[in-house]
Design a binder for this molecule. Sequence first.
Ligand code: MG
Length: 389
Amino acid sequence: MTTAALIVAAGRGTRAGGEKPKQYQMLGGKPLLRHSIDALLGHAAIARVAVVIHPDDSAAYAEAVKGLENHPRLASACLGGAARQDSVRLGLETLAHDPPAEVLIHDAARPFLQHIYIDRLLTMLKQAPGAVLGIPVVDTLKRDDTGYARSGVERQGLWRVQTPQAFRFGDILTAHRQSAGLALTDDAAVAERAGLPVRLVPGAEENFKVTEPEDFARAERQLLLQLADIRTGQGFDVHAFSDEPGRKLTIGGLVIPHDRGLAGHSDADVALHALTDAILGALGDGDIGQHFPPSDARWKNADSAAFLQHAMTLLAARGGMLAHADITIVCEAPKIGPHRDAMRARIAGIAGITIDRISVKATTTEQLGFTGRREGIAAQAVATVRLPG
Ligand code: MG
């Protein structure tokens, strides 16, 4: 039995405000869509995750999946259609090239998907061809079609439904093909129309859909409450200046004009090495030399951005976020100040977080010690990460 997940991210999300579609707006330092991708990739039962995107969003999507380019279980994005239902059908058709037994269909705008609910859906799917998350209505319901409240709306048996919605793959693909062109509001409706029994499975209020502008503030608050395990890691690194003519000086992911580069097996980016070690330290997951041994020829002259991205992937796999990083570069020359903001932007870009969460500072050692004698450059970093508490 293989299970695939299809994330629908092809909408324009105009109600939520902002300059770009809501699924690409940032929540806790990463795009809204990335939260769903990470949650689904993090579940052991899900063999493949595919995302349906809008044709205009290829660049935003590439940014949102940074670091996952070679992930064995993330399929290439497929392009959606005019309405949500078209997008789901096109996504299912793409999955049909190598059909899974089951599929979970999830909206990109629900970033708080917890594994326990995926488990519940998959368990229910053994008994029924369809299973969807929902919450029984507990509030009293009234109708207002005259300008005045009217009672008498029976709430007994009513549910508000969410995603994921889980189905046996062949069934839902056929149902979508049969319903093409009809305006149905969710995949359960498509299944019901095809005569497939759909079971309702209790979900959680936390799995809400980000729709209105104020929902982002609610989502930020909820995220911080969930990521209550706050940890700090520190990293330190030194590289000597190289005698190699023409060797470039790379610091903080940027090539900085200077008469000498730093010696090292990789590109010797002392700042990214310190930051990578700080994140690994916060995770209690060894050090950079353990993950990327200098004895391994693969890392010869490597771009150290890959090391930082690896640490960020480990952090994401634990469901965590990088709350802040503070990096200090210690050298007499070159001057770091003029490059500070470009460096912050580059590091934030590599890590896939916003620039306000990255600090770069520089100091000299008043001509004392090896940095004072201009023999090399040192860097230290402190990383604060938040993990699910
Ligand atoms: Mg190093």
